[in-house]
Design a protein around this ligand. Sequence first.
Ligand SMILES: Cc1ncc(COP(=O)(O)O)c(C=O)c1O
Length: 408
Amino acid sequence: MAEPASRTDNRTRFEKDLSAPDPIPQEGIDAAVELMHDGRLFRYAEDRHGVPVTALLEEEFAAAIGRRYAVGVNSGGCALFLGLKSAGVMPGDKVLLNAFTLAPVPGAIAHAGAQAVLVDITDSYTIDIEDLDRKARESGARFLMLSYMRGHVPDMDAVMAVCRRHGLVVVEDCAHTMGAHWDGRLVGTFGDVACFSTQTFKHLNSGEGGLLATDDEDAAARAVLMSGSYMLYAQHRARPEMDVFERHRYTTPNFSMRMSGLVASILRPQLALLDERVARWREAHGRLVELLRGVEHISIPERSPKEGYVPSSLQFHLTGLDAQAIDTFLRASDEHGVHVKWFGREEPVGFTSRHDHWRYLEGPTDVPRADRVLQGLCDMRLPLWLDEEDCQCIAAVLREAMAEATSL
Ligand SMILES: Cc1ncc(COP(=O)(O)O)c(C=O)c1O
């Protein structure tokens, strides 16, 4: 790999590609190649010897994530859609959703024919408990889609107390929290259904892919049937007993959102590396946070000691800068090799869209704190391979970009 830093015009430049993921482990490549030689990439077979690889992944994933049942699907967005449907969301239902999230999340609610009711957030990017309580009461919604956007986990004791009070069914969007904990308990085990993504920039990388996990046998059977199991669901291993399927097999549509054997082959060896990856991300994130804490106009919220987070990205706030200074900071960082995303842009760019860009939303969108927080929110991807020298270099680029922005 290239040296992390070079200097031109007395400025530091980060020479590596921050968007470069880790390679797929050789074991995954070998398994995928073997499967391609065999040709049976479809997750089911009418006449098969041995256990299909997608069923093995689901079994291992359920064990790793602490749920009884798991279903592999073709994207995180589809896991969310099936999560909502299997949890009982019907067209026209209201679904509470914290306002700091990404476009596929309100998209999944729209896909289910439901209506998102936005809930405000705190200065530390998590759902605002009081607003959740108020919106649940005022809207009469029966469902909460809890999105742990960018891996930020709220006070789950408080969130779940509100959910119990209002009888909310909870679908957890764990696209950014695979392997994360709250007070020692795995995120993804608090709600009724949990949904994960294995898109390239997530904790496991299969390009596209998703997984749904639950302890509820009816939700699990419906999710399997809806994912497109035809009548081959007996081949699943992390599934409920066969008689549970009898309750649903004639009344559950097939949405054909299966996970292929190729994707599962690539994912299995990565799942075994999850704990090691979590430790690497935490180390890099911790280093960068330390280095950036002293930079003027950059503020990073403290996190609760109960939060066992998995930081595959870093968020910070720009404070006390006008639009021109923010623009200069972003441009100068970018020109020196560190691409920082900004949620305050008028127009959605890349992965930074926010609720006023989702103009199909029909429910209430009064989330004043989210509007203010997102206006100053910056976001950076943290690849797994970042070492100490990389972090030093990135921090230097950001420090110098801030000096340029504030010297105007
Ligand atoms: C918070 C969040 N939830 C869900 C998803 C959906 O995942 P996918 O891209 O696999 O559909 C994403 C995707 O980036 C996301 O950021």
